[in-house]
Design a protein around this ligand. Structure first.
Ligand code: SAH
Length: 309
C-alpha cells in the first residue's frame, strides 16, 4: 500500500481481517462473536496498535493512564490537512509533491505522538515539531518516535503551560507550514465528568476514556485553547502557512470562525471529522497567505470542507 495516497476511513474496520493478520489482536478478539468490548482499555489499546501496525507499519506503546487515540478519527484529520496543503501549493500542483519541503507542528502531541507519527509515516519528505507540557506524555512520545525510527525527523520540545503554544524560537525554526492540535476539550473536571457520563446524550459513550486530567481539561476548554492559538497567529501571521485545530462542537468551530472573520481573516476552512460510531469533531484552519484551498471532498463526505471563507 502506498501510504502517500492513503484515503480517509469511510467504513467500519473489518475486525476479523485485522485479527487474521495481527497475532496480538487475534488473542483478544472474541471468537466467534464480533463484538469488541470498547469499555475495556486493554481491548482499545490492542485495537489501536493493530490498526497502526497493519495500516501504517507503526509500533505504539502507551502508558495505561493516558489517552489511547482512535486511529480513524486521527487519520481523517491528517488526511484533511494533507488535502488542504496539497491544494494550496505555491506550484499549483494538487497532489502530494515529494519535492516540496513541509514542516508541521503537533501542539500537545500526547503520549502516543499520534499526529506526528501519522504525518511522518505517510509523507516521507515531511518533518515535524511536537510539544507537550506533560512530562509523562512527552517522554512516551519520544519513545514512540524513536522506536519507529522517526525521532530524527522530529524536533521535540517540552513546554510550560505559560509558554506560547507555537514556540518557534524554542523549537529553533523560522517558519512552519502547518499546525495540528487536539486540545483538551473540557473547561473543568465537572464538565468532563458530565460529558463522559453521557449527559445530554441518549447513550453513554461507546469507548472508555483513559485520558489524564492534563489531556482532557484546560482553562476555557477547547475554545479557550484554540482562542490562544488564534491570538498567537496574529503575532506570527505568515510565519505559519496554515494554523489548524480540532474542536469538539460545531458551535465552537463557528465561534472561532467568527473570531477570525472579526479580525479580518478571509482565508479559512472548516472540516468535519466523522467516523462511524464515533462523536463528530470539527476542524478549523486559517491562513494569512493568499492561496485558497479547493473545496476538497475526501471519500464519502466523511471528511469534508464545509465552507471556505
Ligand atoms: N495529540 C494527542 C493528545 C491530545 S490530548 C491525541 O490526539 O491523542 C491534549 C494534549 O495537550 C495532552 O497531551 C496535554 O498534555 C497537552 N497540553 C495541554 N496543555 C498544553 C499546552 N499548554 N501546551 C502544549 N500541550 C498541552
Amino acid at each position: 500500500m502506498d501510504l502517500t495516497q492513503l484515503p480517509p476511513y469511510t467504513d467500519t474496520i473489518d475486525f476479523q481481517a485485522l485479527a487474521n493478520t495481527n497475532p496480538d489482536f487475534n488473542q483478544i478478539y472474541p471468537q466467534p462473536s464480533t463484538h469488541l468490548n470498547f469499555q475495556d482499555p486493554v481491548v482499545l489499546q490492542a485495537l489501536t496498535r493493530a490498526i497502526l501496525n497493519s495500516h501504517f507499519n507503526l509500533t505504539l506503546n502507551l502508558p495505561p493512564d493516558r489517552l489511547c487515540p482512535p486511529i480513524p478519527n486521527r487519520w481523517n484529520y491528517i488526511a484533511w490537512i494533507q488535502a488542504l496543503l496539497d491544494s494550496t501549493s505555491p506550484t499549483y500542483s494538487t497532489a502530494y509533491d515529494p519535492h516540496r519541503p513541509i514542516t508541521g507542528l503537533d501542539i500537545g502531541t500526547g503520549a502516543s505522538a499520534i499526529y506526528t507519527l501519522l504525518c511522518l509515516r505517510s509523507r516521507p519528505t515531511w518533518t515535524m515539531c511536537a510539544t507537550d507540557v506533560d512530562k509523562k506524555s512527552f517522554d512516551s512520545a519520544v519513545r514512540n518516535l524513536t522506536v519507529n525510527g522517526l525521532v530524527t525527523r522530529t524536533r521535540m520540545l517540552q513546554t510550560l503551560p505559560s509558554d506560547p503554544l507555537i514556540p518557534l524560537r524554542g523549537l529553533g525554526v523560522e517558519r512552519l507550514d502547518f499546525t495540528v492540535c487536539n486540545p483538551p476539550f473540557f473547561g473543568s473536571d465537572a464538565e468532563m465528568a458530565g460529558s463522559l457520563a453521557g449527559e445530554g446524550k441518549s447513550s453513554v459513550p461507546s469507548a472508555v476514556c483513559t485520558g489524564a486530567p492534563v489531556e482532557m481539561v484546560c482553562e476555557g476548554g477547547d475554545l479557550g485553547f484554540v482562542a490562544r492559538i488564534v491570538e498567537e497567529s496574529f503575532m506570527l501571521r505568515e510565519r505559519v502557512g496554515w494554523y489548524s485545530s480540532l474542536l469538539g462542537k460545531l458551535s465552537s468551530a463557528k465561534t472561532i470562525v467568527e473570531m477570525l472573520k472579526g479580525k479580518g481573516v478571509a482565508n479559512w476552512a472548516v472540516g468535519c471529522v466523522e467516523t462511524r460510531g464515533a462523536t463528530k469533531r470539527w476542524i478549523v484552519a486559517w491562513s494569512f497567505g493568499d492561496l485558497r484551498p479547493r473545496n476538497v471532498s475526501l471519500g464519502k463526505d466523511i471528511v469534508r470542507t464545509l465552507c471556505i471563507g
